[in-house]
Design a protein around this ligand. Sequence first.
Ligand code: GLN
Length: 201
Amino acid sequence: MASTSGEGFGSKVVGILALQGGFEAHAKMVRSLGARAREVRVPADLEGLHALIIPGGESTVMTLGIEREGLAEPLRSLVRAGTPVLGTCAGMIMLDREHLGLLDVSTRRNAFGRQIRSFEADVDLAGLRGGPMHAVFIRAPWVAEPGAGVEILGRVEDHPVAVRQGNMLAVSFHPELAADPRLHELLLQMNGSDERVTRAG
Ligand code: GLN
């Protein structure tokens, strides 16, 4: 797999919301790309981040944690300031209209019918070179009612499972669980103040 990890990610600090859910595997992948990973539990942990990941987990529990720690407003400010963010599975739900209200989509929880536990699929993602991504879905949501500014990057059974809106990337699946760092690389390459980069591909 093509890797661009030699391009100087060492100066980048990626925050990973670590209240609950699958944050450790994200941290591992970030470190494998040469960047620094910082677990985020309180607002002060957001200072100086170059990018943020909201992992999968359980969206109801994660919402309670965000409220308990007073993280909702600081998270909104960080993302509105242009910091690149990747939300995966429950992290995608956190970004939607009904939760943090940052991504102009609704999400449908546990959307893939009887596939209660998990399934895997190869998903073509627009703008990602190197072929389809092998994606692990665990009680996954899908995107419903995407707003006009939301780009659909990939679908499963015709339902959007990967979207982008400016500095926000959100996927229904768990990219940290497959040995494919391309979405994490894309996050590290995104730069909120540089549309040439965020629009690439
Ligand atoms: N089903 C979970 C929820 O609705 C999300 C699952 C996941 O993040 N793997 O919160």
